[in-house]
Ligand binder design. Sequence first.
Ligand code: UD1
Length: 428
Amino acid sequence: MDRIRIRGGKPLEGEIRISGAKNAALPLMVACLLTDEPLKLLNIPHLADITQLASLLAQLGVEINMSGETGHEAEAGRVLTLTARQIASTTAPYEIVRKMRASFLVSGPLLARCGRAEVSLPGGCAIGDRPVDLHLKALEALGARVTLNDGYVIAEAPYGLKGARIDFPMASVGATENALMAASLAQGETLISNAACEPEIGDLGRCLIAMGARIEGLGTPTIRVSGQDKLRGATHRVLPDRIEAGTYALAPVIAGGRIKLMGAQMSTIASLAPILRALDVDLSEEEDGVTVSGNGDKRGEVDVTTEPYPGFPTDLQAQLMALLCTVQGTSQITETIFENRFMHVPELGRMGARISVNGQVATIEGVKSLTGAPVMATDLRASVSLVLAGLAAEGETIVHRIYHLDRGFERIEEKLGKCGADIVRLKD
Ligand code: UD1
């Protein structure tokens, strides 16, 4: 299995192009199931999760064409053209869904287009239980009959879905996306209340509108969808990845130096910017990107709680913790989204971090310096926090199990290496 080796202590200087958002690209790819015409997606990141979802869509009968973007530098995003002329299968098998929960999103579009979807339950994952009850509640509200059989959800609506009120008891990104796609092809009007407001949902909604859907209220907790008989093909550019941007914004703060996040705007790192400013980090925005300059001396006390958007994202929690390990003072992070998302804590501890966890709350006492160590990646965001910690640590850090990293961070060793980090991928 590949590993990443980092020799820490090198200040960073340079530019990093922020890729298209994984969490927008995945639902956007699924949206191709709603039409028999081609859906062309630009700025698709080159990630294992994208390849995985493409292989599921291919099994369902989608023709897929991948090419590079012309007229851009070599590292620009991909162009993916997805054509679901005919749906060959309405079954999403366990082998794929268990590896990537986002593949559960095919249930709504398959049901809306074909009247049936058979999708494996994703099961738990390392960061918690992660049920899909809210997805099922939405599909049932739209008139589907949902049964469970041998670990599979079977959703049926032989006469089509009907617009309805969907009241989510709590905001869920995936369930909102699933409901939005299904409602776009339902008969009549759907009102989704307590919808999640994450920017990636807005990106999906804008693409659906380009495909002919009628949607109001994107970015607010109340979304109104007027269902259409048919949707058409469209071309859509995926928005920049705010989690990748936030992660690389933290890199020069933790390691020292200055990085320009190309293609990002201040709004891309909106939840992180006030925390960085409070730590005296210099942020400046230009037309083509945001520059982050670390100030060397890190001092301060941060108290952050993860929350649905526009609150601080759970997907940046581990990375922020890596930084706080090296900030003089006592900081606190409360994780409210997933129950088991502190698995990076013992690994950071192996590098000399002083963190104690009490339930949902981690208390971090900044140390003067971290020391390199062999560490194990446990999930996607945890793995990148170990890379960040490695950049600051004295000596050598080897991050094992980096297949987690490859799911969500495109060519991380190249991007950081170009800015002066001593980071290499070791192949077995
Ligand atoms: C998405 C993101 C993920 C991010 C998460 C929270 C994608 C592909 N993934 O995941 O990176 O960490 O949002 O910002 O966009 N829940 C239920 N029942 C459900 C669905 C969710 O109880 O049917 C719970 C979850 O267990 C969790 C909370 O709701 O505690 C939020 O989950 P949700 O917003 O659905 O996350 P995902 O869409 O899975």
